[in-house]
Design a protein around this ligand. Structure first.
Ligand SMILES: [Zn+2]
Length: 198
């Protein structure tokens, strides 16, 4: 029964992807970001991250409201005045196994990025951490978007073309999204039952 249900979720997910392939609909992923930081730079970074995900067939939908307990939102908190002892050297971290939240050390991103890079770097940090949450993994790749630590050459590449997800990264995103969709369907089915609706 479990297998039958899982296959059905898989088919539904494939149907969503098929529609995405038709050019009109991509699977939506909601991202809830707390207001903060340099608002204009954050907006530009959001739209850049949306473009990065659009290229791999995923539609990011950004929201400002805080997520409810049952929300499927990827919650991003922009942190300021990060103490030196807090994950030294890290620009951000994700908790993919604990509800899927992300903390971005906005002050460190601004301090590291030279002026023309800051927004691009913030967009890449968003894209990297959102991928951890969607994949449900803390996996890193040897190059590109999911590299564990970017180096100077990566920053230069961000400015030129932008970093890309590898084929394996995209495959893990596809599998992770499929699981998320199944989880959300199970949750709404449970809510229907608990709600006593028809
Ligand atoms: Zn990472």
């Amino acid at each position: 029964m479990r297998n039958v249900r899982n296959s059905w979720y898989g088919l539904l997910f494939l149907a969503v992807l098929a529609r995405a392939g038709g050019g009109s609909v991509k699977p939506d992923v909601e991202v809830c970001l707390n207001p903060g930081g340099d608002a204009a730079a954050v907006l530009r970074a959001e739209s850049m991250a949306t473009r990065i995900y659009g290229e791999i067939g995923i539609n990011l939908v950004w929201r400002r409201e805080s997520a409810g307990v049952d929300s499927s939102c990827v919650v991003i908190t922009l942190a300021e005045r990060t103490p030196d002892r807090e994950r030294p050297g890290a620009l951000a971290y994700a908790l993919p196994f604990e509800g899927g939240s992300v903390v971005v050390f906005d002050d460190r991103v601004r301090a590291l990025g030279w002026r023309s890079l800051t927004t691009t770097l913030l967009a890449h940090v968003f894209a990297h951490e959102i991928a951890h949450v969607l994949q449900g993994l803390d996996h890193h790749s040897g190059s590109g978007m999911m590299k564990s630590r970017w180096e100077y050459s990566d920053y230069k590449e961000m400015e030129r073309e932008g970093l890309a997800f590898t084929h394996d990264d995209i495959e893990m995103l596809r599998r992770g999204l499929e699981l998320r969709l199944a989880r959300n369907l199970r949750r709404s089915a449970r809510d229907d039952v608990n709600g006593g609706g028809l």
